[in-house]
Design a protein around this ligand. Structure first.
Ligand SMILES: [Zn+2]
Length: 545
């Protein structure tokens, strides 16, 4: 798929509450990010490449160098300014002598209509009123390339400028259905509490812009700290003995960069069960031979430490060859075994390994919902936030209910690596199956993980993942986007039963998966019930305003 160049413009203004940013809500029918709050912006189009005669300030060569492009950097800013005018009615332009354009409101609206319909162009407007695009007022804020998956992909440059004074925001009412000025702190609180949807890059920029006293302070900071060139280089790796090239977004990409920072091509692009992989000194992954739809390449078991001081995270299933492999690799000297939770692909090997090594078993209390490995009996219960001294350094225990009520993640601060169990999986949606699975708790736990200082996520299924905050933001947003659909279905159809609501709220999901989807739907409904926004009578759910 072609990755389209795109640009957005974050407009900021001073207020009593500190600098505020303009956010526009995309329509619920949009193909890309429906219902999300975004900055004005869109794809760079052909006409944007004809605006060079109308720019003021730095030259295209200077802008392109800053943006790490051979040429044409100005066209991105021009596209952002044009989209901002079309979507929000704000025109960032100045007359030849640097003043604001003296255009009557009605005339401005006519130009905007003309631009939106494609009958007129921004170049014509510039010529007609001697206007220039003041590129010196715009700073380069961020650069994102959207990952594979959604129907469209964009290579987006983010810019920031002070909002033009004395102009009213008028969103177009079609593509854009709402606009709001928020401080970055307010917007991030809305995200944390699920009140508004934001894309991962928007959240990233909101965090960058937090905590400034004024627009001037923001602009000075952004000018001094332009984004790093995006790490979009393909990385070499090995697959079936052959050299291949991994692209960003492919499952093995981040791990290849962790294990092979020089890019010599020695890391494996497949997970081979039974084959130990050293992720860092004293951190080894051994994957169990239980691949499947729910387990991906198999359950990852992590051995921390060396010699006589070995800690095993998630022993995995009780498969003889797997247990033999763990004993062989550890020399039979496992001191303690931690479990992230007690689903049957995670903990059954604990009892036989304890019998063979005398290891101490630690975990949170095993619930009784018919889906647990009841052979697991902890010698001691873990405590939330406790620090365990392992052979690889201190390890922090984090109780993260959601996927399972007894779920734990483990943080190795020396590597900023999170052993995430099934709370964060690679490439598939985590199952939240009530009553032991709890959506509200799951999102709360994700939010808690988003506050940690992380560099890597080592999941129970899949490769090590990079960009942890982007991953966590995406998971929260993905769930909240679904919850918005559940709410819409409830409002439109309620009181309604689960199958009726599922077919509406999951109309984008293949019918074959609706059984599973119904469990997720129930998890969302129970969350809404806890928040007093849904009620169930006679197996029929309705919306509570
Ligand atoms: Zn699980």
């Amino acid at each position: 798929m072609q990755i389209r160049p795109a640009a957005t413009l974050a407009l900021v203004r001073d207020s009593d509450r500190g600098p505020e940013i303009l956010l526009l809500q995309r329509s619920h029918d949009a193909v890309f990010l429906p219902g999300f709050y975004v900055y004005p912006g869109g794809a760079v189009d052909d006409a944007d490449h004809t605006l060079e005669p109308h720019i003021a300030g730095p030259s295209d060569a200077d802008i392109s160098r800053l943006m790490n492009l051979p040429e044409g950097g100005y066209s991105y800013i021009a596209a952002a300014i044009r989209e901002c005018f079309e979507e929000a009615g704000l025109l960032l332009a100045a007359t030849d002598d640097g003043g604001w354009p003296d255009l009557a409101e009605t005339e401005l609206l006519q130009w905007r209509e003309g631009l939106t319909s494609g009958e007129r162009s921004l170049a014509e407007l510039c010529r007609a009123h001697n206007l220039r695009l003041p590129l010196h007022q715009v700073a380069y804020l961020d650069h994102w390339i959207t990952p594979p998956g959604p129907p469209r992909r964009f290579d987006t440059r983010f810019f920031i400028a002070e909002a033009p004074a004395g102009m009213q925001v008028r969103h177009d009412g079609a593509e854009i259905i709402d606009h709001i000025w928020l401080t970055p702190t307010q917007a991030l609180a809305d995200h944390a509490e699920g009140r508004r949807l934001f894309g991962t890059p928007t959240l990233h920029t909101l965090r960058l812009l937090q905590g400034f006293a004024s627009v001037a302070a923001i602009m000075a900071h952004v000018r001094q700290n332009p984004p790093e060139p995006f790490p979009y280089e393909p990385w070499p790796a090995l697959k079936d003995g052959r050299q291949i090239t991994l692209k960003p977004g492919e499952p093995a990409y981040a791990e290849a960069r962790l294990l092979d920072p020089q890019g010599q091509g020695g890391s494996a692009a497949v997970i081979a069960p039974g084959q130990p992989v050293t992720l860092a000194p004293g951190v080894v992954r051994l994957t169990a031979p239980n691949p499947g739809v729910m387990t991906g390449p198999g359950t990852n078991c992590y051995l921390l430490g060396s010699g006589d001081d070995l800690t095993l995270i998630d022993p995995g299933p009780a498969i003889d060859s797997h247990i033999a492999r763990l004993l062989e690799h550890s020399g039979g000297r496992i001191k303690r075994i931690l479990v992230t939770h007690t689903h049957r692909d995670h903990s059954p090997a604990a009892a036989p390994l304890k019998a063979a090594t005398g290891a101490e078993l630690l975990g949170f209390a095993v619930p009784d919902d018919g889906f647990q490995d009841t052979s697991f009996t902890p010698d001691r219960l873990l405590l939330d936030n406790e620090m365990l001294e392992t052979g690889a350094g201190p390890l922090q225990v984090l109780h993260t209910p959601g996927h399972a009520s007894n779920h734990a993640c483990f943080l190795l601060p020396s590597l900023q690596m999170l052993f995430a169990g099934d709370h964060i999986m690679q490439g598939s949606t985590v199952v939240i199956n009530p009553p032991d699975g709890d959506m509200k708790a799951y999102l709360h736990s994700l939010h808690r993980l988003s506050l940690l200082d992380l560099r890597w996520i080592a999941p129970a299924h899949g490769f090590v993942m990079g960009l942890p905050l982007a991953m966590i933001d995406y998971l929260i947003t993905h769930r909240m986007a679904r919850e918005f659909r559940v709410v819409e279905a409830l409002k439109a159809l309620g009181p309604a039963d689960i199958p009726t609501l599922t077919s509406q709220a999951y109309s984008d999901t293949p019918k074959a998966l609706h059984g599973l989807a119904a469990r997720s739907l129930l998890a969302h409904l129970l969350k809404l019930e806890q928040e007093n926004h849904a009620r169930c009578e006679d197996n029929r759910w309705r919306w509570v305003p």
